[in-house]
Ligand binder design. Structure first.
Ligand code: UGY
Ligand code: MN
Length: 255
């Protein structure tokens, strides 16, 4: 006998895709299997097909799984471990990352990824073409951890930030920031800006404004915000909330 179909499977899902934003809970997302990964797959959440200027997905690899061979795809990459252990190599630079560990791989590096642990690896994986800035050397590979990245509190607003790849570093064309909220706090305004976002809820829950509509989101949910989407976050529930945020920055308008 097959297990009964749970209620809600047929007609209910919170996934929502609009012209310039998307809300994608993990439920019902499908993996992509690609020739350069072995015993691993990517649950893509944003790609140029959606309208995004970057690709973001969740890499999942069973123990020993990862890239088949060192790979050079001309893209820059960011990885952030959610669960498990990830071995990363970018040319001669190497690191073993545990949950909260992250890597920046510059465009042009030959890189390898491997689940070095004995449980399933889950990691955020962002890729995009690098946009050079005249007279500024491109960034080198770098590794770090959330635990050792300074936490900056925003005055007495109850909000805090961690700049994983720095802030206002003109060699970088994107930032990866963790935005944190104490219980019951929110931004000081509804933001509207040219930069786009890939947002992954790391902890807690809240209400996310996208254009004119509020969406209830919680740990594990993904949101893509295209350029100029009015946005606001309000932390709900009995505890704080935090999300990992991709933001393209520091470059001129492209015509
Ligand atoms: O930096 C930002 O653009 C950030 N405050 N946006 C956001 O959290 N939606
Ligand atoms: Mn923003």
């Amino acid at each position: 006998m097959r297990a009964p179909v749970p209620p809600g499977v047929i007609g209910h899902n919170r996934s929502l895709v609009s012209r310039n934003y998307a809300v994608l809970p993990p439920d019902g997302m499908f993996p992509s299997f690609v020739p350069w990964l072995d015993k691993a797959s990517v649950f893509y959440q944003a790609t140029p097909k959606l309208g995004a200027g970057f690709a973001q997905g969740r890499l999942e690899a069973v123990p020993g799984g990862g890239t088949v061979a060192p790979r050079e795809d001309g893209l820059e990459h960011f990885l952030y471990v959610l669960e498990g252990t990830l071995d990363v190599a970018a040319d001669a630079a190497t690191a073993m990352l545990e949950p909260g560990g992250f890597a920046y791989i510059p465009a042009g590096a030959r890189y390898s990824l491997r689940n070095a642990g004995d449980v399933l690896l889950r990691a955020v994986w962002i890729s995009r073409p690098y946009v050079e800035a005249a007279g500024i050397a491109p960034p080198a590979a770098r590794f770090g951890t959330r635990d050792t990245t300074p936490v900056t509190r925003v005055d007495d607003s109850g909000r805090w930030r961690q700049y994983l790849l720095g802030n206002l570093d003109m060699s970088m064309d994107f930032e990866m920031n963790i935005m944190g909220f104490d219980r019951g706090t929110h931004f000081h305004c509804v933001e509207t800006h040219i930069m786009e976002h890939g947002l992954l809820m790391l902890e807690g829950q809240g209400l996310q404004l996208l254009d004119r509509d509020w969406h209830e989101v919680w740990t594990g949910d993904f949101i893509w915000m295209g350029p100029f989407v009015p946005q606001q976050f309000y932390c709900t529930g009995w505890g704080g909330a935090a999300y990992l945020l991709y933001k393209d920055v520091n470059r001129e308008v492209a015509f």
